[in-house]
Write a protein that binds this ligand. Structure first.
Ligand SMILES: [Zn+2]
Length: 296
């Protein structure tokens, strides 16, 4: 393992413009994970597509991770609906105390309220990028760790119910990350964590998100520096972005050092046009490479 890390370091010095020479994360395969999720249909809680996608994530993790755990509960919304919720956690080397946490939401938004016309606004978001891309990155990381374990323990957390309700009121959103924050595994204190959300569009660009900079600046520095090391400084920009309410917020509030890597500059956000043709395998490759470099 040490020799491998050393070799990777040499290679990246030699060709820093376009990512590591040895790409253990496979962007093309990750892209098929986006296609598979969208093929299940919208992953809206209490629908068959949601159940099927959750079962599929568990199946993928059973083939790759050392252990798979779920948290299942019922969330009652402001309107009184009961949602069947499921967080899924794939753990690699669960006995190792030095751990890294990666998070993605696996649900999709029930209403495409940013769509142009009223009829579309009542339809669900397909969620290729918003939901699908983050899950695809985590599953690609799982494949790479299966082939070549990290010295760190790694936890891949798929949270439910991120995108269900109203962000302005913070009602019925971030449901799974709030639940996880309130029900942490005993003594759980990862070294750091990253939420990967909306990471796969063609015009990929990440700015340092404000809640992350305020809550865990050392993690922002670490992630951006690692991205720059392997030649992705043009994507992970040295600039400050908006304050975004995402799954890292409840985790930060629970004392975990977790940041949000998100590209909210996406014209199809919360519309019916968030479809697989808007996602790029090359962009998934970039974030997958960064995610893996942080584990080496
Ligand atoms: Zn969303």
């Amino acid at each position: 393992m040490k020799n491998f890390t050393w070799l990777l370091g040499l290679v990246t010095v030699a060709c820093g413009a376009s990512g590591p020479e040895f790409q253990e994360f496979e962007g093309d395969v990750a892209y098929t994970y986006v296609e598979q999720q969208v093929a299940f249909g919208p992953r809206v809680p209490n629908t068959t597509g949601h159940v099927a996608a959750g079962d599929w994530i568990i199946e993928r993790l059973r083939a790759t991770a050392d252990s798979v755990e779920t948290q299942e509960w019922v969330h009652v919304t402001l309107e009184g609906d009961s949602l069947r919720m499921r967080n899924i956690i794939g753990r690699f080397r669960p006995d190792v105390p030095s751990r890294i946490l990666y998070v993605a939401h696996w649900d999709t938004r029930p209403k495409a309220d940013k769509s142009q016309n009223l009829a579309q606004q009542q339809m669900p978001v397909p969620g290729a990028n918003d939901g699908g891309s983050g899950v695809a990155v985590l599953l690609g990381v799982a494949d790479a760790l299966r082939a070549n374990p990290s010295n760190f323990g790694v936890d891949l957390l798929f949270v439910d119910g991120e995108d269900y309700g109203v962000f302005a009121e913070e009602s019925d959103v971030l449901i799974g990350s709030k639940y996880f924050a309130a029900n942490l595994p005993e003594g759980y204190a990862p070294l750091f964590g990253v939420v990967w959300d909306m990471v796969g569009d063609f015009n990929q660009r990440f700015e340092k998100e404000a809640n992350s900079v305020n809550g865990a600046p050392e993690v922002v520095t670490r992630v951006w520096a690692r991205a720059d090391d392997i030649g992705y400084g043009r994507v992970f920009r040295n600039s400050f972005g908006l304050e975004i309410t995402d799954d890292h917020v409840p985790l930060l509030e629970a004392g975990l050092r977790v940041i949000d890597v998100i590209d909210l500059d996406y014209p199809h956000w919360h519309t019916t046009e968030d479809t697989v043709d808007k996602v790029s395998a090359e962009s998934l490759q970039v974030v997958g490479d960064v995610a893996m470099a942080l584990l080496r």
